[in-house]
Design a protein around this ligand. Sequence first.
Ligand code: NAD
Length: 314
Amino acid sequence: MNKKILVTGATGYKGTVLVPKLLAKGYQVVAIDTQWFGNFLPQHENLTVIKSDVRFTNDIDLENIDSIIHLASIANDPCGDLDPKLTWEVSALATMQLADKAKRHGIKQFIYASSGSVYGVKDEEQVTEDLSLEPISEYNKTKMVAERVLLSYADDMAVQIVRPATVCGLSPRMRLDVSVNMLTMQALKNGKITVFGGAQVRPNIHIDDITDLYIYMLENPEKTSGVFNAGFENISIMDIAKMVQQKIDCEIEVTPSNDPRCYRINSDKLLATGFKPNKSVATAIDEIIQAYQQGKLTDEDRYYNLKWMQREVL
Ligand SMILES: NC(=O)c1ccc[n+]([C@@H]2O[C@H](COP(=O)([O-])OP(=O)(O)OC[C@H]3O[C@@H](n4cnc5c(N)ncnc54)[C@H](O)[C@@H]3O)[C@@H](O)[C@H]2O)c1
C-alpha cells in the first residue's frame, strides 16, 4: 500500500503544485484546506479533497495517515495583521493541536512550512539556522512559536521544519503578491514596475524547488530532521526589477518604503544533505512571461492574498 500523506493548506499556491507531484509519485493524498482562494487541484483516484479548517482538529481524520505536510496558515505579514487572533489560532494553536493529535495516532513524520522571515532584520551576511529569531510581524511570531512547539515533539516523530525564502514561479493557484511574480506581472501589464525602496535584500526559491524539497524531506526523514533554511538567491528588490526589465521593455519607478524587512539566508545545511535546487528566479520570470503571453495567466484579485482576504474571507 502506498503511503498516505495529509497536506494542509493543500489548495494554496504551494499545495497546488505539491499535491500533483505527490500523486505522480504514487502517494495517496488527503488535502485539507478552507479553500479561501479556491480549489485548482486536479481530480485523481488517490486524492481526497476536504474543505475544512485546521482549527477544528477533532474533524481531522488521521486514521492510516503516515505523514503530515503542514502548509495551512495566514500566509503573509499584512494578512497576519488583519486579525491577529485568527493568525495565532491558525498558525500556532492549530499546529500544536495537530502535532498533539499526530503523536496520539503514532504518526512518525511532521513536515512544517515555517518562514525565512522568522529571523527578522539581520545584518549578518550569512543567516544560518543557529542565529537568534527576532520576528517582527504577527505572521513571523506565530511561525517562530509553532516551530518551538513542534520541536517539543521531536522524540515522538521526525519533526522537519523548513524556513523557506519567498517563493516565485507559476502555480495553478497563483500568487501575485510575492515579489518576483508581482514585479513581473506589473511589467507585463503596465509596462512599469513600482519598487518600494528597492535596497531590501530578500532570499528567493522557485516553487518547483520548494515543492521538490517537501518531497525530498518526506523521503529522507533521517537526513532532514530539524530546522532548515531553504533559499538560494539573495537578491535586492531593485535587482529583481532589473532582471525583469532585461526581459520586458518597462520602466522602473522607485518610491519610499517603510518596510524594514531585509534579510539573507544561507542554506548550506540543506545543501549538505544532498538536496539540489534545479530552478531560479530567472526561470520563474521566463515561465511567468510565457504563461502570460500564451493567455494562460491573467491578473486576478484572488492572486493577491491581502486584497482577497479583506474582500472575501474576513
Ligand atoms: N509563498 C511564500 O513565499 C512562502 C514563503 C515562506 C513560507 N510560506 C509558507 O508556506 C505555506 C504555504 O504558503 P502559500 O504561498 O501556498 O500560501 P497560500 O495562502 O496560497 O496557501 C495557504 C493555504 O492555507 C489555507 N488555510 C489558511 N487557513 C486555514 C485553516 N485555518 N484551515 C485550513 N486551511 C487554511 C488557505 O486557504 C490557503 O489555501 C504557508 O504556511 C506560508 O506561510 C510561504
